[in-house]
Ligand binder design. Structure first.
Ligand SMILES: Nc1nc2c(ncn2[C@@H]2O[C@H](COP(=O)(O)OP(=O)(O)OP(=O)(O)O)[C@@H](O)[C@H]2O)c(=O)[nH]1
Length: 511
């Protein structure tokens, strides 16, 4: 048997469809897995870069702190000598040369008047109001980044970029341990830029990576120009603080994979708490995933194509059993439908036919009468009604038995069926009582039919108990009056029948 083409094509489509669905599922799973892996990889990488930056800042600050500590110890040694101020001057110059990011280093007396300083700047000036002086009288002081006040004019008169300093200061004592002043230094914050440049190689894979340093007062000290000197516009999530990385939505509405670290101090020194954030846009962090997705889709499409081809080649073999099943189902369906139709027809017949005489029953007569009256009224046709009853039928039953009676009734059924036309209705409406409706028939025509029936009945002979007998019938005939209820017509025919019985039976009476 040949497999229908559409079944084969369907099988092909199913195979291709399975391939496509598999591709979509695999692509979704792979993308999901790869995204979370990459997020972890990129995120922890950025966290590491942030940590490196914080470490560099801390170590740098620690070195400046140590510089000041060593300078303070040397000054303590020098304090016994007469011309110690010129020695300090020389030392401060050397210190500045050794580390050019020192914008200024100076030594004050106990009252905050600058006695010696690099480049002689601010010498003789009173700096007692400055935080670094006030706080370094008792202990070392490391301040957060701030603008230059007095030195801006002197050190940076023409630059558009204002100077930013970090202060490191130390109290000074003489050999006897008496407080003799403060050594203070201003570290040029561009130093942090250098730190950032030094970790740039770690970010070389990401062109659009950005590094932010945020002050203890949440000001962006270093970062993209649009954020610099402004409060950090991001609430650091718990995940970012604990994992050192997270995917964060920044105020520009974009998502960034963000790495995080903060400075905590180094050894005995405790400096300002800076937060370091390194971010790259999610789109560029997950760029490889896009490539992977495209790759998977290509491979998947290939698999789908192969599956479709296999499906096409195996369609004949796979679809044949399906076709067989289909065929069998169709055949069974047809058989069942035919059986059902036969049963329905039989049921319909049972419901409308008298089983003994095969004539219509009372119900079918009434239904048929309705249709006939409707036609008669519409086409203005006459409609005749005959009511028939066998004469002395009880006697037949009594004498020859019920079976013989049934035989008579059966013959009456045949007689009636063969005498009336197809369009007429002959019905058994009682035990030995029958009703006939003659469509488009006048009273005269109906009487003719009735008399023919009486005559033929008379000529029918039956045999029982070795005897031969015949049965007669009486008939009442009447016409349906247009608009009349049919039971009224039946009553009139019945009255005519009664009259026929009264007048001696075996006859036709009209009403
Ligand atoms: N064999 C048989 N007899 C039936 C059937 N239905 C009714 N009868 C009988 O038909 C007879 C009708 O009798 P009656 O109504 O007295 O009328 P009748 O004897 O024909 O007398 P008239 O009608 O006055 O001529 C009864 O004996 C019923 O038992 C049937 O299906 N089979």
């Amino acid at each position: 048997m040949l497999v229908p083409a559409n079944l084969k094509f369907r099988w092909f489509l199913i195979s291709a469809g399975v391939g496509v669905i598999l591709t979509i599922i695999i692509s979704a799973i792979l993308t999901q897995v790869a995204t979370s892996r990459l997020e972890h990889q990129v995120g922890s990488g950025l966290g590491e870069v942030a940590y490196q930056m914080s470490d560099k800042l801390e170590r740098g600050m620690f070195e400046r702190y140590r510089d000041m500590q060593v300078a303070a110890t040397l000054i303590e040694q020098m304090s016994v000598r007469e011309d110690y101020l010129s020695e300090i001057d020389a030392m401060l110059s050397m210190l500045q040369q050794s580390y050019p990011y020192y914008a200024w280093i100076g030594v004050t007396d106990t009252e905050g008047v600058v006695k010696v300083s690099t480049g002689g700047l601010l010498e003789g000036e009173d700096v007692s109001a400055r935080p670094w002086f006030r706080q370094a009288r008792d202990n070392y002081f490391i301040g957060d980044v701030h603008g230059a006040l007095l030195l801006e004019q002197k050190l940076n008169p023409d630059s558009e970029q204002p100077l930013r300093f970090v202060d490191v200061a130390m109290p000074l004592h003489n050999k006897q341990g008496e407080y003799i002043g403060v050594i203070g230094s201003h570290l040029d914050w561009t130093w942090a830029e250098e730190m950032r440049a030094s970790i740039a190689p770690s970010l070389e894979n990401y062109d659009d990576a950005e590094l932010l340093i945020v002050s203890s007062e949440r000001l962006v000290l270093l970062g993209p120009p649009e954020l610099r000197e402004k409060p950090l516009p991001l609430n650091l999530s718990e995940q970012l603080r604990t994992n050192n990385y997270a995917v964060e939505t920044w105020p520009d509405g974009n998502q960034y994979v963000t790495g995080y670290a903060e400075t905590t101090g180094y050894r005995e020194y405790e400096g300002p708490r800076w937060q370091i954030l390194v971010r790259i846009p999610v789109s560029s962090a997950f760029e490889p995933i896009e490539a992977l997705r495209v790759q998977v889709l290509w491979i998947g499409s290939g698999i789908a194509l192969v599956l479709a081809l296999v499906g096409w080649l195996s369609a004949e073999r796979m679809a044949r059993p399906l076709a067989n099943i289909n065929k069998r189902l169709e055949r069974e369906m047809q058989e069942r439908t035919a059986e059902l139709q036969t049963t329905n027809a039989r049921l319909e017949q049972l419901a409308t036919t008298d089983s003994l005489t095969r004539l219509a029953n009372r119900r079918a007569l009434l239904v048929g009468a309705e249709a006939m009256m409707e036609r008669a009224a519409r086409k203005d046709m006459p409609l005749a009604v005959l009511m028939l009853d066998l004469d002395y039928f009880k006697k037949i039953n009594d004498k020859y038995g019920h079976a013989a009676g049934d035989e008579v009734l059966e013959s009456v059924g045949q007689l009636l069926s063969s005498t009336v036309r197809q369009i007429d209705i002959a019905a058994r409406t009682g035990g030995e009582e029958f009703t006939i409706l003659l469509e488009d028939s006048t009273l005269e025509g109906a009487v003719l039919v009735a008399e023919r029936l009486v005559q033929r009945m008379q000529q029918l002979y039956f045999g029982a108990d070795g005897e031969s007998f015949n049965v007669t019938m009486s008939i009442g005939v009447t016409m349906w009056e247009p608009g009349e209820r049919i039971d009224k017509t039946f009553a009139r025919a019945d009255a005519a029948l009664y009259e026929a019985k009264q007048k001696g039976r075996n006859r036709v009476i009209t009403a």
